[in-house]
Design a binder for this molecule. Structure first.
Ligand SMILES: Cc1ncc(COP(=O)(O)O)c(C=O)c1O
Length: 397
């Protein structure tokens, strides 16, 4: 391929960075309102606590402007950290850990990549894997190792083989309602993985972006909480799925020995996360019955998921998926088609979902698609599934 002028000036570390197909697809669907999109991962707008948000913003401007309009502490606004400890940190995690507020949990991933990945560092990943993690880690050019997954979590046999064979430095895992596979690890597998990571001295980067989106309100213990060596475990959380992604606020619980270096790297990115959002969020969280709010989200998404499942059973009984316990997606296999061919036809028919290979290091011949159910209203979901049915039937007959 001919290298253009701009490429001549780029660093080697940009070579392996993938652009996100999801963002590209979303751009097209946003411009054209006829598109029905199962592609994104957006919270449903009806779940944003808009009234209370307006009040919280007004109160912040009236009473907290000295704090809200200034630079803040690099590790985050203290009042917000206290509320996170109160509501969102697993009790069995080590409370002596420090908490760092980040600009979305995505920034936490980027910082952890910089902290732990050199060229050829062995980094273990679930297969498939969250694309944003690949984007965050790829600049450091680590050696990615794919872990085969089963319905209830990683294959323990495969994990043991990998740990014996290779010196794994860190493991990035998204154990609850994984994006994209929707897999939720069983407690037994969480315990087993925790003890293996302790035995082999592996750093765990535990991404809990969807932790509070269980359809029945269950909150699974983090793997970190089950480890003996908590100094080798980081947990990432996010307000994006439970309050609003527009705030761009997440957090990382950081073992004390890494607190200073983690904060120094964060300062290099942005000095501190959006101070105004943090102050507004504190007002909001003090005002909101968070348990009720989470229940509302969980019930809403459970209904949305059930609706999409019913539609697929009705219109496309040949497709296969595991019924998820929470989250925002179905991970659906369309038998006997090429995902590429299907994608072209889907775009022509103005319906879109994300091809599974976007989330894989080694491409699969099987046609998986990630289908989001959090966003589309029920009737549009039905029309979307009808369009997919017609594309699929045209291709296989
Ligand atoms: C698994 C996972 N981790 C992290 C993120 C990043 O979320 P945010 O930066 O909005 O907190 C996402 C976003 O969709 C995600 O799906």
């Amino acid at each position: 391929m001919e290298r253009n002028l701009a490429n001549l000036f780029l660093t080697k570390r940009t070579n392996d960075i993938r652009s996100s197909a999801i963002r590209e697809i979303l751009k097209i669907t946003v411009k054209d309102s006829e598109f029905l999109s199962f592609a994104g991962g957006l919270p449903n707008p009806s779940l944003l606590p808009t009234e209370r948000l307006t009040q919280a913003t007004e109160t912040t401007i009236r009473t907290k402007k000295d704090v809200a309009f200034q630079y803040g502490d690099s590790t985050g606004y203290e009042a917000l950290k206290e509320l996170i400890f109160e509501y969102f940190v697993d009790e069995k995690e080590d409370f002596s850990k420090s908490l760092c507020i980040t600009s979305g949990s995505q920034q936490g991933l980027a910082i952890l990549g910089q902290l732990f990945m050199d060229e050829n560092t062995n980094v273990l990943l679930e297969n498939p894997v969250y694309l944003g993690a690949l984007q965050a880690f790829s600049p450091y050019r680590p050696h990615f190792v794919s872990l085969p997954m089963e319905e209830d979590g990683p294959s323990i046999e495969a994990l043991e083989t990998i740990l014996v064979r290779e010196k794994i430095h860190c493991f990035y895992a998204n154990p609850s309602y994984q994006n994209p596979s929707t897999c939720t690890w069983s407690i037994a597998k969480r315990e087993k993985v925790a003890s293996l990571l302790d035995a082999y001295g592996v750093i765990l980067l535990e991404d809990e972006a969807y932790r509070y989106l269980d359809f029945t309100g269950t909150v699974y213990p983090s793997i970190t909480s089950l480890r003996k060596n908590k100094d080798l475990s980081f947990v990432l959380g996010s307000f994006s799925k439970i309050i609003s992604p527009g705030f761009r606020l997440g957090w990382v619980s950081v073992p004390k020995p890494y607190e200073t270096i983690f904060t120094a790297i964060k300062q290099g990115y942005d000095l501190n996360s959006n101070q105004f959002s943090q102050v507004v969020l504190v007002q909001l969280l003090r005002d909101l019955d968070i348990r009720k709010h989470l229940q509302k989200i969980q019930t809403f998404y459970a209904n949305q998921k059930n609706h999409l499942v019913r539609l697929l059973e009705q219109y496309l009984p040949e497709v296969k998926f595991q019924n998820p316990l929470g989250g925002m997606f179905l991970w659906v296999e369309y038998p006997n088609v090429s995902a590429k061919k299907m994608m072209v036809k889907l775009m022509e028919n103005k319906v879109v979902m994300i091809p599974g290979n976007e989330f894989r290091l080694e491409k699969s011949e099987r046609a998986f698609f990630r289908m989001n159910f959090s966003f589309l209203p029920e009737e549009q979901m039905e029309e979307g599934v009808r369009r997919i049915q017609s594309v699929y039937r045209d291709i296989i007959t």
